[in-house]
Ligand binder design. Structure first.
Ligand SMILES: *[C@@H]1O[C@H](CO)[C@@H](O)[C@H](O)[C@H]1NC(C)=O
Length: 572
């Protein structure tokens, strides 16, 4: 991944815009410490100018893939944070046989735009956020991947300029009067001379409607689709590894990588490295170690203390650009782990995000009354991923220039899991393994002759805190927030934070730190408005309570908005 920044139709002089862009692009340099580049151009009418800038994390073609990338006639420039897994196929589809200038998987985007126009976004199989400037026409084209695996923000400058960046930081510091999330699965197009562009959805899979989710369960297809999704993501010219929490999803990713690697390199390859983190003695660490031994990875388990977690909070809030308790608490271990992984010379890791949303893995799904309801909730969870697990994975790792790839959110995998008849995601009590959530996935990888995972891992029920966030971390954090945030602080919170007013001391603590990094007017039209709060966060809670009254009891809800539903109760 990388960091991008583009400022379009600025009233600054080309020299001043260049200097401003160079200054602000430093704020996303952590995302790509390997190289930077910039291109500044006057609009065809000469009245305004635009810039595209790039901070590069080199994963494919480290030697020559610097950006911006240009069209063959150099009239169009591209800055992109992306991994394009079908770049070779797309290249073969192009009519213009002119040789590419680099081996970068991303170069095909700019040539593809020359031939396919705005349809190029829908042809890409990968994770991406990019901006293309056309020097001759003044057109601007930007797009973000279907689910929002890669982050992208946009905003409006005081002079009417339009801004795009991988993170909100350059927009906030650059004085944008609003900062918005660029919606996943959309492209933006502004024709030369138009002040305002428009956002157009390009990703409209059939499964957005429940009536399309009718596919029968095909275990072998599910297994081969997932294996292909992992294999595509091995595209890298630098050392990579895998995040292994010991839970089902990350263990499957790790197992498939280990198997593919053995197949590719026979016995000559070194084992793949796997990484986990947890509080000392946490069950996650032991589980991950056991899985690592079983599948034959070179496993590294790191532990952290509650104090180390508290010490990192300010950095986590700065990098994640969030103040909601869920995201900061769950993002912290990944933030600490990413730093250790990067220090070991690894630049890319694969991870298990997305299986719970696509395959109904959260425990409250046990109470879904029927398949139609369950499907609608899965669609909603997938749409929210860019605000939650994807954002957290992306920014917690990119804080240290580590790229994360998520095979469960592969385009083919989404089609396979989301068109599945939702009855196969319902848990069925008493029918052997079928009382377990995600049983279709478990059965797909239940190959006793050549087991992917130890039986007890493949068939273990979801743990509430499977991402290294132990109860003692949450308790320690609450205790600390109780010390630094007084009752008087809470009483004045509605005045200081009129938008998304924090309701607990932890939330007030995070919010105070957030605004030390991002001073703003706090009325809901700045960066604070990019953080979901109130009703949107409570959405899963509302659905769970609708499905089962018992969940209205707040003692059954944990910090992550998931449900402390005893395993016995789930199975009963
Ligand atoms: C599914 O459950 C919901 C809520 O109980 C109900 O309104 C709906 O009619 C049900 N649909 C089917 C197809 O049974």
């Amino acid at each position: 991944m990388c960091g991008i920044l583009a400022v379009v139709n600025s009233k600054l002089s080309p020299e001043a815009l260049r200097l401003q862009t160079l200054t602000l692009q430093r704020l996303v340099r952590h995302r790509g410490p390997d190289g930077s580049g910039i291109h500044v151009v006057e609009t065809p009418t000469g009245a305004r100018c635009s810039s595209v800038a790039h901070e590069r994390l080199a994963i494919v073609d480290p030697l020559s893939g610097n950006q911006p990338l240009f069209s063959h006639d150099r009239s169009r420039s591209l800055t992109v944070n992306g991994e394009i897994y079908n770049h070779k196929q797309l290249r073969a589809e192009l009519k213009d046989p002119t040789a590419f200038r680099t081996e970068s998987d991303c170069e095909v985007i700019v040539h593809g735009y020359d031939e396919f126009g705005v349809d190029i976004a829908s042809k890409l199989d990968g994770d991406f956020a990019f901006v293309i400037l056309d020097d001759q026409t003044g057109d601007v084209y930007a797009a973000r991947d279907p689910v929002g695996v890669n982050s992208l923000y946009m905003g409006t400058g005081l002079d009417g300029s339009t801004w795009f960046s991988s993170e909100a930081k350059p927009l906030v510091t650059g004085g944008c009067i609003d900062v918005r999330i660029f919606p996943p699965g959309h492209y933006y197009l502004a024709r030369g001379g138009e002040e305002e562009g428009r956002l157009v959805p390009y990703y409209a899979p059939s499964w957005h409607s429940a009536s399309a989710a009718t596919q029968p369960l095909n275990l072998e297809k599910l297994r081969t689709t997932f294996t292909a999704a992992v294999e595509k993501r091995l595209m890298a010219d630098v050392p990579y590894g895998v995040l292994l929490s010991g839970g089902l999803d990350s263990s499957l990713v790790a197992s498939v990588i280990a198997r593919l690697k053995r197949k590719r390199f026979l016995e000559h390859g070194k084992p793949v490295k796997s990484f986990s983190i947890g509080l000392d003695g946490s069950p996650d660490l032991a589980n991950a170690q056991k899985v690592g031994e079983f599948i034959g990875t070179e496993h590294y388990g790191f532990s952290f203390t509650v104090q180390e977690g508290i010490d990192a909070i300010s950095d986590v809030i700065y990098h994640l650009e969030r103040y909601d308790v869920t995201t900061i608490c769950a993002g912290m271990p990944m933030f600490l782990l990413a730093r250790k992984i990067k220090a070991m010379g690894i630049k890319m890791v694969m991870s298990g995000e997305g299986a719970d949303e696509t395959l109904a893995g959260y425990l409250y799904f046990h109470k879904a009354p029927n398949g139609t309801e369950l499907h609608a909730e899965c669609v909603r969870k997938v749409a929210a991923l860019n605000q939650f697990d994807c954002l957290r994975a992306n920014k917690a790792t990119m804080a240290h220039g580590l790229e994360v790839r998520v095979p469960f959110l592969d385009r083919g995998m989404l089609d396979a899991t989301m068109t599945l008849d939702p009855d196969f995601k319902l848990t069925r009590k008493g029918e052997k393994t079928q009382f377990l959530e995600k049983w279709a996935l478990r059965e797909a990888f239940n190959v006793p002759t050549e087991p992917f995972l130890p039986h007890e891992v493949l068939f273990r029920q979801k743990e509430q805190f499977s991402d290294g966030v132990g109860y003692s971390w949450i308790d320690g954090l609450k205790e600390h927030a109780g010390k630094v945030i007084s009752d008087e602080d809470m009483a004045t919170a509605p005045i200081r934070f009129p938008y998304n007013t924090p309701g607990t001391k932890e939330a007030a603590y995070f919010r105070t730190i957030f605004h030390s990094h991002f001073p703003n007017n706090n009325y809901g039209n700045g960066i604070e408005a990019t953080v979901p709060g109130g009703p949107s966060v409570a959405c899963s809670t509302a659905k769970a309570i609708e499905w089962d009254e018992a969940w209205s009891d707040p003692t059954k809800q944990d910090q992550s908005g998931r449900f402390v539903d005893t395993h016995d109760a789930a199975v009963a």
